[in-house]
Design a protein around this ligand. Sequence first.
Ligand code: CO
Length: 258
Amino acid sequence: MALIKTPTQLNLIRQAGQKLARVLVDIKTSVKPGVTTLALDQQIGNLISKERATPSFLHYEGYPYTTCISVNEQVIHAFPSTYQLKEGDIVTIDVGLWYKRVCVDAARTYAAGAISDTNRTLLTTTQKALQAGIAQAQVGQRIGAVSSAIQAVAQANKLGIVRSYTGHGVGTAVHEDPSVPNIGVKTDGPQIRAGMVLAIEPMFTLGSGDVYTENDGWTVVTVDKSWAAQFEDTVIVTPQGPEIVTRLLHKVKKSDIV
Ligand code: CO
């Protein structure tokens, strides 16, 4: 599997990333008490179609939905369902799409209505860890630099790290090499090279970080029932530094013109 993408592939990955970024922004207002996670899944399917893209998780290793929507103590890979969100829930939506033979992957944890301060801190800290990890995705460093930066944020904030799942290469398959753990040593792991495309995805919990998979074979839940958050972005490693493709590019507004 090619770890280094061609300039043509990288440009498509940028376009695909903007499509996914728009989907994740557009869905935000729908994540509120009363909505079912299945309705969110369907809405995201429609948004992906409007982008002229196709969902990458659907049928991947037999996965039956467009998105993974994991609520509260569910960590990842939960099925969308008829569960209606309640005020105070935290909701991780993980979604990927294919566009012209490239794919991208991203996740956000959203708040359903007002959430507790503790849960708000869980969300912002996990986001901070993603940012710290991305900042280390630099040519010449090793994957361990990303991992150790993420680990440090969790530990400084006394959050549990989910260790049994990792980030990964992405771009021409849903999961590619290298694996990008959320714990590690700065000098360990493969060298980071220009043209690599990485999905970086810290998963933190308010407890130990230990998880198990439910009988459906997919849903990953915390052992101690503590609530969990995950933020994921697809990042291109460029000679100038990491480029986050799954966030909206800043558009110049009239008010920016002086
Ligand atoms: Co991923």
